[in-house]
Design a binder for this molecule. Structure first.
Ligand code: SF4
Length: 375
């Protein structure tokens, strides 16, 4: 089971209700970005390039609750920026737990250990820790030496105190499949509840434009990584989305499945693109030209996209859309091994991880000074 039964039941009954009501476009996870400020400046990130006056702004807890109530999704993901740098993050979490929302607080965990006392363990709260792979790869990816150790220290402490902890990993070109598989072993040994994966998206604001994956390369990479799976690996996401990444099935993008709310309002059409903003969730849903987005639309910005914020909700929607979908999801959950001789051969292909020939560059951002953020 990728998530605890109570969460699976909440999500399943919510989706079935939407189906019974004949609602074709419904939100599954609200991406709530209460700030853009971060204590890292990752090369693949498009969020921390905003000017200083934007990075200083925060959504208030009341603004967050209004967005959550308007949207109605059963799950709320809190990315950013780094949410643990929000001055009232504990109030936001408390209010969402009171609303019985399943929260994924996405953190790089640099501040996790020292901020844990602000939170209480709850089945509704999961720390989704951003770790992009084994030590060398992660430090390179987040442009911070020692970032991996700090994140692991935070994970250990959170687990010790009884919190739900998952990892979220974004893979870019140059990822070494064998190293990613070894990373899965490390995370399982650490005791995290499950892992989430996504390919990166080529943000035009990201400083590193060289290492984004095209669709064919994405499928090849995930096929090598996720075939011949070890029984110990647990993934905290739709198994059909993983099959999509491996090239075993195709989905259309459902950008309304994970709508984004930030200091600018409701972002059109998805977490990745900024085609304007709406003032209300209703306005977002009714005024966005959804047909202009998704790979099939021919929109060049969507051409190579396979990210979880566009396609994971598609997997969940497919699961509950027919008996065929339910059967496919049950099969993918129960029979996880995915035997594939060709994928074994791919693991023996030589790889040149980006960190083996590129120096680690620590990019300065207005807010990447830890001492400053602790003040
Ligand atoms: S394909 Fe990707 S970029 Fe395009 S709308 Fe969907 S999630 Fe957004």
């Amino acid at each position: 089971m990728p998530v605890p039964i109570s969460q699976a039941w909440t999500v399943a009954s919510y989706v079935l209700k939407q189906k019974i009501q004949g609602r074709k476009q419904y939100p599954l996870v609200l991406m709530l970005e209460p700030l853009y400020k971060c204590n890292l400046a990752c090369a693949g990130c498009g969020k921390i390039q905003y000017p200083a006056h934007v990075l200083k702004q925060e959504l208030s807890p009341e603004e967050c609750f209004k967005a959550v109530d308007e949207c109605g999704a059963p799950m709320v993901s809190i990315p950013g920026g780094e949410p643990l740098m929000h001055s009232e993050i504990e109030k936001i979490v408390e209010g969402l737990v009171a609303r019985k929302k399943y929260i994924y607080l996405c953190t790089n965990a640099l501040l996790l250990k020292e901020k844990l006392h602000l939170f209480k363990p709850s089945k509704y709260l999961t720390f989704s820790v951003h770790i992009d792979g084994q030590k060398e790869h992660h430090d390179f990816s987040v442009c911070r030496e020692g970032g991996f150790e700090l994140a692991i220290e935070g994970v250990r402490e959170a687990l010790k105190q009884g919190f739900r902890v998952t990892t979220n990993t974004t893979l870019f070109d140059g990822a070494d499949p064998n190293s990613v598989r070894a990373f899965f072993d490390e995370m399982m040994a650490l005791g995290v509840e499950g892992m989430m994966l996504s390919p990166g998206y080529s943000y035009d604001k990201a400083p590193d434009q060289k290492h984004f994956l095209g669709r064919a390369r994405t499928r090849r990479l995930f096929r090598a990584i996720l075939s011949n799976r070890k029984p110990t690996w647990r993934f905290n996401q739709s198994m059909l989305f993983l099959e999509f990444l491996m090239g075993k099935r195709d989905f259309r993008c459902t950008p309304w499945g994970m709508p984004t709310y930030s200091i600018f309002g409701w972002q059109k059409p998805c977490y990745l693109l900024q085609d304007g903003y709406a003032d209300t969730f209703h306005e977002l849903m009714t005024t966005t030209e959804w047909d202009n987005f998704g790979t099939e639309s021919g929109n060049p910005k969507c051409a190579n996209c396979m990210v979880h914020s566009g396609y994971e909700a598609s997997g969940v929607d497919y699961t509950f859309g027919s008996l065929k979908g339910l059967f496919a999801a049950a099969k993918a959950t129960l029979f996880t091994r995915n035997d594939d001789e060709e994928a074994y051969r791919m693991l023996n292909e030589p790889v040149r991880p980006v960190h083996s020939y590129n120096p680690l560059v620590q990019i300065e951002s207005p807010s990447n000074n830890l001492e400053e953020t602790r003040a």
